[in-house]
Structure formats: C-alpha cells, structure tokens
Ligand binder design. Structure first.
Ligand code: MG
Length: 312
C-alpha cells in the first residue's frame, strides 16, 4: 500500500492511495466504526506504523470497500490532494548514511582532489525534524548563509518494529516500508564546520520527504530499485539501490548496535553519483530550480527552491 499524509481542513490526515490514484482519508472512512484499532482513528501514520499489522489490515478493509464504490466523501482526487511529508514531524532526527555508493565517493574524490575512500563501518549523521518538508513544499535558499546548495536522492527506510542489536538476518522484520528523501546540502557550510556533516545538512527545509510510504510488502526488492534525480528536467542522478556499499540489513544491524530503533524512525541510505558539486564546473541549486527525485515502485518527490526573505 501507498500511505500518505494529506493536508485537510488545516490538519494532517493519514491516507491511503487507491488504484485510480485518488487518496482515501483513513480516519474519516473508518468514522465511528468500532471494529478498528485505535490507530486507524487517530489519523496519523505514526500511529499506524506503531500498531503494525492490526492497523494495516483495517486499512486494507477500508481500501476494498472504497474500491467497491464506498467512502466517496472520504476520497480526494489526486489533483485535489495536498500532500505533506508522510510523517510530517518525526519523533526524532532523521538518521542518514554518508558515502554509501562507490561512484559517489569517486566523484567526491575527483571534485575535492583528495582520497575519501570507503569506510570500514557506515558513516552516520542526522537531520533535525525541523528540516522535514513535504512534496511540492518550497526548499528555502538562505542566500547570506550558503552559495552552494546541492541535492542527493536517497532511498529511505521506515522502521516498523522496535529493536536493538538487530541481526542482519532479522533486519527486514523491522522494516515497515520505504520512502524518498532529498538530502539537501549546503556544501560550503558542510565544509567549514570541521568536515562534520550535521550543520550543512540540517537547515530548515533541507529534508524533503515523500510522496508516500510504500509498505514493505509492496516493494519487490528494495535492493534493486532504479533511483534518480533531475533538475529542471535535466537528469543528474541515475543509479540503482543494488549499488549500495552497506546494504539495508547491514545498515540496520550496524545502526542498532547499542541504539534502539523505534517505529517511525527514518534511515536515509545514501546517494548515488551525479551530485552538483562534483560536476565540472559545479552546478548548485538556485531560486526557481525544480528538483524531482524518483525511485521505482515508490514515486516522485518534487520540490522547488525559493529565496528566503526575512530573518525569522
Ligand atoms: Mg546524503
């Protein structure tokens, strides 16, 4: 299933996509029916993820009814639906992985004229919840702060079942589904803070997320998905998740060592080659540019950059 969060009457509302592309508002369709788990009625995907199969089975019932012509008042056409990030305000920072595709490391070495190399263990950093924005939301350009805004399309894992010290073999049991993240990066800010990743990758609006969370059962093979990104229609990134250096089970095993992963946690798994700073000459993003991230079986995440005016 493709699960999304709509903006309805000023509030977020969990929804599921129907076969014709329209969206069914889950809580509204369930209305006063008592047979469903509480998570269905809360109207948040966070509650659905925490509840797991009971909630998913309830949603499947509602989808079957809607496909049968019911729940029309709870249905929004694709063109009328305003999507937020599927989890508009994650409960904790978004976990991210750096340097996870060999070609991306190689282009970084060329651009920076220095050896970067593959690390023995995955490189982790985070993006704060305040960086998260949804599909079609503006990516702010803080002109006085950065002159080198860059993009990175990334397959993002959504954790379902909590766990610590998760083994490789059991890693996929902890995955609820998958979404797309654009790891917007202020390269100049990234470089000037001692080489650590956080500051340059944590600015407001630097974590476009969506358009939906696709449940794990609906993805044929997360380790074999075409992944790409275009800027104003020009293809910049084009790869496959098969090329990850540390695959998803490895990332979950490694990140969960002594660290509890919880339902709704997000793990962005790194970007393939084709980023703007490694082009010759570099091509950075500016006001008016439209960036589209696409991953097979998930969808497309589109955002446009706008100069930030004012200081608040
Ligand atoms: Mg990245």
């Amino acid at each position: 299933m493709h699960l999304a969060t709509l903006f309805v009457n000023g509030h977020p509302a969990a929804a599921v996509q129907l076969s014709d592309g329209s969206f069914l508002e889950i809580a509204k369709a369930a209305s006063d029916r008592g047979e469903f788990t509480t998570a269905i009625h809360t109207g948040t995907l966070q509650a659905v993820i925490e509840t797991g199969d009971d909630a998913l089975n309830g949603i499947r019932t509602l989808v079957a009814e809607a496909e049968d012509g019911r729940h029309t008042t709870a249905t929004h056409t694709a063109s009328n639906a305003i999507l937020l990030a599927p989890i508009p305000v994650p409960r904790k920072n978004v976990f991210c992985v750096g340097r996870n595709y060999a070609e991306h490391i190689a282009e970084g070495e060329r651009a920076q004229n220095k050896k970067i190399g593959v690390t023995e263990h995955p490189v982790y950093f985070t993006k704060p919840c305040t960086a998260v924005i949804g599909p079609l939301a503006s990516i702010p350009v803080f002109q006085s702060l950065s002159e080198s805004i860059d993009y990175e399309v990334e397959l993002t894992v959504v954790i379902g079942k909590a766990g610590r010290n998760i083994t490789r073999e059991r890693a996929f049991e902890h995955v609820f589904g998958y979404t797309i993240m654009n790891d917007i990066t202020a390269r100049d800010v990234q470089r000037r803070h001692g080489g650590q990743y956080f500051k340059g990758k944590a600015l407001d609006g630097s974590c476009p997320l969506g358009p939906c969370i696709v449940t794990a059962d609906a993805i044929s093979d997360p380790q074999n998905l075409a992944i790409g990104l275009s800027v104003n229609g020009e293809q910049r990134q084009s790869g496959n998740t098969a090329s990850m250096i540390f695959d998803i089970p490895n990332l979950i095993q490694s990140l969960s060592e002594g660290l509890t992963l919880e339902p709704g946690d997000l793990i962005a798994t790194g970007t393939p080659s084709g980023v703007g700073y490694a082009m010759d000459p570099p091509h950075f993003l500016k006001h008016g540019d439209t960036v589209i991230c696409e991953i097979a079986e998930i969808g497309r995440l589109e955002n446009t950059l706008h100069n930030e005016i004012g200081t608040s």
